[in-house]
Design a protein around this ligand. Structure first.
Ligand SMILES: Nc1ncnc2c1ncn2[C@@H]1O[C@H](COP(=O)(O)OP(=O)(O)OP(=O)(O)O)[C@@H](O)[C@H]1O
Ligand SMILES: [Mg+2]
Length: 333
């Protein structure tokens, strides 16, 4: 039997499943030498070089807005990640299931299939990320009732209402966890004249950002570079100051869900209210995000277990039961 591999190649993170477990969970980033364009490092190693490398090394994020933007770099990245799984990968020629945003165009879907084949797959399949995420979260999507998933990634948020294994209502927007970071960065620049790095910004988000008005009065000392004088400077930032800054992002995210819910057939509406909304994707880790979604929609929302792994786990379920899911996948050999 051929080896089976499920891959969720996201804007920030790539997760790979094989033989029943998650075998890779790495940043989707490649470091290239500026002159020869040879790959110097991938994943965590490439990320650790970010902002610290000489000008002879370039960093490339091949996935932008949830879709592959740089085909050759993405392919090279996958080849290296696959090679880590097995020395004889090229000979094994596994079956590969890729997740793609449900809002991808058919051209993007074909490109994803090509990429998997050119990275060494013998058969390539793709499945919608929202469907995969719901399956991976343990939702019974094959049942004849309405199930709602809100999948919040780094750059993309997708909401889908699923019934009988298919998508009955759907919406997607270019907003996600990284949008919060962008808002934090521009706020610190404008209010304090301070430029902060990506790592600091991510730390601020995880510690201080809350989707509903914070009550704990948390604060944090952060370091950055003074915009005017170029010197390092520290400031203390409060959770309450960030709330107004990030609130519009949550409003944008919930609007994705509201549009999908608005398109839901009336027959499924009562199921949706009964079953609630499952939250997947790393972006849904934000403090009190589940409460925010519950409060704004009036429908109970639950954070899935390991939300950032749901899509790849669901893709693995589909790959292991191709016959059951044949109507939900696109394939090429
Ligand atoms: N504890 C946390 N608190 C807040 N945000 C978090 C936390 N952990 C991860 N995130 C956010 O989750 C996002 C990454 O999620 P995920 O790995 O699902 O995205 P992705 O698949 O790379 O992106 P996309 O699906 O948009 O292509 C990032 O924006 C990250 O900051
Ligand atoms: Mg994703």
């Amino acid at each position: 039997m051929r080896r089976k591999i499920a891959v969720d190649i996201g804007t920030n993170n790539t997760v790979i499943w094989s033989d029943g477990t998650i075998v890779v969970n790495e940043p989707t980033i490649v470091a290239l030498s500026a002159d020869s364009e040879k790959i110097v490092a991938v994943g965590k190693e490439a990320l650790s070089m970010l902002g610290k490398t000489p000008e002879t090394v370039l960093q490339e994020k091949p996935v932008v807005g949830g879709v592959v933007a740089n085909f050759s770099v993405a392919k090279a990245f996958l080849k290296i990640e696959f090679a880590k799984l097995s020395k004889s990968f090229e000979l094994l020629r596994p079956d590969v299931m890729l997740t793609v945003p449900s809002g991808s165009t058919s051209v993007e879907k074909r490109a994803a299939l090509e990429m998997a084949l050119e990275s060494g797959a013998s058969h390539a399949y793709i499945v919608d990320a929202t469907l995969a995420a719901a399956i991976g979260a343990g939702v019974a999507v094959s049942s004849p009732s309405g199930n709602v998933v809100l999948h919040v990634g780094a750059d993309v948020t997708e909401a889908a209402v699923l019934s009988l294994g298919g998508i009955v209502a759907f919406q997607s927007k270019r907003v996600g966890g990284n949008t919060i970071n962008t808002h934090i960065k521009s706020f610190l620049k404008k209010e304090y004249g301070l430029v902060v790095g990506d790592v600091t910004c991510e730390e601020i988000k995880r510690k201080l950002v809350s989707a509903i008005a914070p009550t704990e009065h948390k604060e944090m000392e952060i370091s950055g570079r003074d915009l005017t004088f170029g010197m390092p400077r520290n400031i203390t930032i409060k959770d309450s100051a960030l709330f107004a800054v990030t609130e519009p992002v949550f409003e944008e995210i919930v609007s994705v869900l509201e549009i999908a819910l608005g398109d839901t057939p009336a027959e499924l509406s009562s199921d949706v209210i009964d079953k609630g909304i499952v939250l997947t994707g790393g972006g849904s880790y934000v403090t009190r995000f589940d409460r925010y979604i519950t409060n704004t929609t009036g429908i109970p929302a639950h954070l899935a277990e390991d939300p950032e792994l749901c899509a790849v786990r669901g893709a693995a379920v589909v790959l292991e039961n191709l016959n059951l899911w044949k109507r939900s996948i696109i394939t090429k050999a």
